[in-house]
Design a protein around this ligand. Structure first.
Ligand code: HEC
Length: 222
């Protein structure tokens, strides 16, 4: 049925296609399905059911013998609180505190400019954060916080959670509000004398606020 062929892999074989008659030397018969008599079926079933039960018992016993792996532990409430810092678009859960554009300029110069550039224009080590408003539908869209992000609350969340890249979650809430105010002031999304806090931040209208389509079917009204 098989013949060896020349190959760098010694075990490689190739099936030679032959008709069943040629291989068997007689006409091929169909495999018989089912039992010839009821008695035979009973006998087979009679053997099969206890065997299956035995297998099941063996598996159960086996499982009982092996303790679950002792990996990890439950998170403490304190740890959960530290990780549970998501701010939704409407700003629910924004912490107390506030920050002005002027304060934010200082924070930015000290903790962000090294990667994002002096005026948040970007460097090879950090994204450009501003500019590009109105370019999204053009041949060369420039996606930045200013041009693309729909919610200012997301900016607060992201910076608090992830920035500065080398020391995330190190900013005070006042510093975060301030640096958000500074970034948004560069493209005049907020005025240069803005002070942001839990009340004013969710009211900021981002330029691309209505540039997204919601495909969540439950939210699409007829
Ligand atoms: C060590 C370099 C570094 C520093 C310092 C740093 N960033 Fe970043 N930042 C990055 C990099 C790299 C990214 C892109 C991360 C990614 O896409 O996962 C980023 C992304 C961002 C984004 C998201 C941009 C976008 O369009 O997706 C924001 C906003 C941001 N940083 C703000 C800040 C602020 C505010 C500070 C200072 C408090 C800061 N960063 C400090 C490197 C840095």
């Amino acid at each position: 049925m098989f013949k060896e062929i020349e190959s760098p892999l010694p075990l490689r074989v190739e099936a030679v296609k032959k008709s069943p008659e040629a291989i068997l030397g007689r006409p091929a018969t169909r495999p018989r399905v089912g039992f010839r008599t009821r008695a035979m079926a009973r006998r087979v079933r009679g053997a099969f059911v206890p065997a299956a039960l035995l297998c099941l018992m063996a598996t159960t016993a086996f499982a009982a013998d092996i303790a679950p792996p002792k990996l990890g532990r439950s998170a403490t409430p304190d740890e959960i609180a530290k990780a549970d810092i998501s701010i939704p678009p409407d700003g629910k859960g924004l912490p107390p505190g506030s920050g002005s554009v002027a304060q934010g300029a200082q924070v930015f110069a000290a903790k962000c400019a090294v990667c994002h550039g002096a005026n948040a224009q970007g460097t090879p080590n950090g994204d450009r954060l501003v500019g590009g408003i109105g370019t999204l539908a053009s041949a060369n869209p420039v996606k930045t916080v200013s041009s693309y992000w729909p919610y200012a609350t997301t900016l607060f969340d992201y910076i608090r959670r992830a920035m500065p890249l080398t020391n995330p979650q190190s900013l005070q809430n006042d510093e975060d509000y301030a640096v958000v105010a500074y970034i948004l002031s560069i493209d005049n999304i907020v005025p240069k004398d803005a002070v942001l806090d839990a009340q004013s931040l969710p009211k900021v209208q981002m330029p691309n606020r209505n540039g997204f389509i919601n495909w969540e079917p439950r939210l699409i009204r007829p």
